[in-house]
Design a protein around this ligand. Structure first.
Ligand code: GAP
Length: 442
């Protein structure tokens, strides 16, 4: 993918209503993005697909939806207050602040364009640790006793509910708890569109296992998560594993693998599979004073479970899906821009297009449109030439365009045009919803 492809994708996302810069009319906030009508459908479909695979289709995983604000001791116990930091340097000349370990990615504001520290006038301080958690105050007093944090990961909302879920469900170890929700990190160098932002969504699952079985479960979950991305339709050659080096491991992990995608700006992580040992539960046990061990009645033994975590960013996954789907091709001397989404995540599943706005075709088309809407997200478009309407749907990633024409009045069939192959099929109007259901439920 050429470099300008990212620029083209960002511009398409804005033009077609996938993603907008937050607070754009005020000049924008670079590190926060808003999802527009098509983007919210795409991301929701990805999240629904994850929830279906990880929670609803399994007997051994329960879902939760915990609060973003948690007791401040949670973040002491989890280690985030002490260690969720980035090393920062300040420049005494330009007053800029940069990540000490990412100077090569940063830009010194002085001209000509160079990295911080490369101009003779640059005067960098020693690195200092900067905590990435956002702080706010709970209640009317803005003092240190009222400080709470916006959660930097959703995982802790699962650990603190581990006992509640265990007691309120019929689960036995091994079992998991899953959650989708917002997380916040005061990233120093956010960037690359929705790849690294300060507000994002995570889809996380913590799988609680008996100590000694964690390595086996770790391998099983690696396999399951890899397959999920393949089933989502991501190009296999653009996916790879990265094994985290011991010195790169998060404070809680004994082993970790990232699933990386080849974004236009290079290979980057979008999911992590972590072997978190019993670190989190033991720390919460210690800090809360509440026993979090598990009693295995059959074996008559007591232990603190180990945890295998799968953690994928909903926004990064959406970006991978967008990048993977984006394609340009020449059709009849014109450039066709098409988003080749897997039909199950496409924001609009079918567009209904009457060939002309007369002869009773709009009435038939509207009826078909309303029938489809009872099951799938659909779009009705009667404006402009049918060729232009097809192009608009290609850019929105709509897999199926249904055209109502003169023949429809004679034999009650429609033309369904397939986005990816441009093949056209004649289908009975009465069978459209069943036809779509078959194609979408892959
Ligand atoms: N609970 C483990 C955890 O949070 P992580 O590797 O820090 O692990 C997991 O984050 C995933 O969350 C990442 O793979 C990425 O997809 C997403 N993520 C993390 N920071 C992000 C950010 N600043 N912007 C967007 N997504 C982010």
């Amino acid at each position: 993918m050429a470099d300008d492809r990212m620029d083209k994708l960002v511009s398409l996302c804005k033009r077609r209503g996938f993603v907008f810069q937050s607070s754009e009319i005020y000049g924008g906030v670079g590190s926060v993005w808003d999802y527009g009508p098509l983007g919210v459908e795409l991301k929701r479909n990805i999240k629904d697909r994850w929830w279906r695979a990880m929670v609803q289709s399994r007997d051994d995983i329960e879902g939760v939806d915990a609060g973003i604000l948690m007791h401040p001791r949670v973040w002491e116990a989890s280690g985030h207050v002490a260690t969720f930091t980035d090393p920062l340097v300040d420049c005494r000349t330009c007053k800029g602040r940069f990540r000490a370990d990412r100077l090569h990615d940063a830009q010194c504001p002085q001209k000509p364009s160079k990295h911080p520290g490369e101009h003779t006038t640059c005067d960098l301080t020693d690195a200092r640790q900067f905590n990435m958690m956002f702080k706010t105050f709970m209640g009317p007093m803005e003092d240190t006793a009222a400080i709470v944090y916006l959660r930097p990961e959703t995982a802790q909302g699962i650990y603190v509910n581990y006992l509640n879920v265990l007691q309120g469900s019929r689960q036995k170890i091994p079992f998991g708890i899953a959650q989708i929700g917002k997380a916040f990190r005061n990233e120093i160098t956010p960037g690359n569109f929705i790849f690294r932002t300060r507000e994002f969504e995570q889809m996380e699952m913590q799988f609680f296992v008996k100590p000694g079985t964690e390595d086996d479960w770790f391998e099983r979950w690696r396999h399951i998560r890899w397959q999920w991305h393949l089933d989502l339709g991501l190009t296999p050659s653009r996916l790879r594993w990265y094994q985290t080096k011991p010195e790169e491991l998060a404070h809680y992990a004994k082993a970790a693998y990232d699933i990386e995608y080849e974004f236009p700006f290079g290979w980057n992580e979008f999911e992590g599979i972590h072997n978190r040992t019993d670190y989190d539960l033991k720390r919460h046990q210690e800090f809360s004073g509440k026993k979090l061990d598990y009693f295995d009645q059959e074996k008559n033994e007591r232990f603190v479970p180990y945890v295998v975590e799968t953690s994928v960013g909903a926004d990064r996954c959406t970006l991978a899906v967008l990048c993977d789907a984006y394609s340009e091709e020449q059709v009849e001397g014109e450039t066709r821009v098409v988003l080749r989404f897997h039909p199950a995540v496409a924001p609009i599943k079918a567009a209904v297009l009457p060939l002309v706005k007369k002869d009773g075709l709009p009435e038939i088309a509207e009826k078909i449109y309303h029938d489809i809407k009872t099951r799938f997200a659909a779009f009705y478009d009667d404006g402009g030439s049918v060729g232009r309407r097809y192009r608009r749907q290609d850019e929105a990633g709509t897999p199926f365009c249904i055209t109502v024409d003169g023949q429809t009045k004679e034999d009650q069939t429609v033309t369904i045009r397939l986005r990816d192959t441009l093949e056209q099929q004649r289908v009975d109007a009465g069978r459209i919803v069943a036809w779509l259901a078959e194609k979408i439920a892959v």
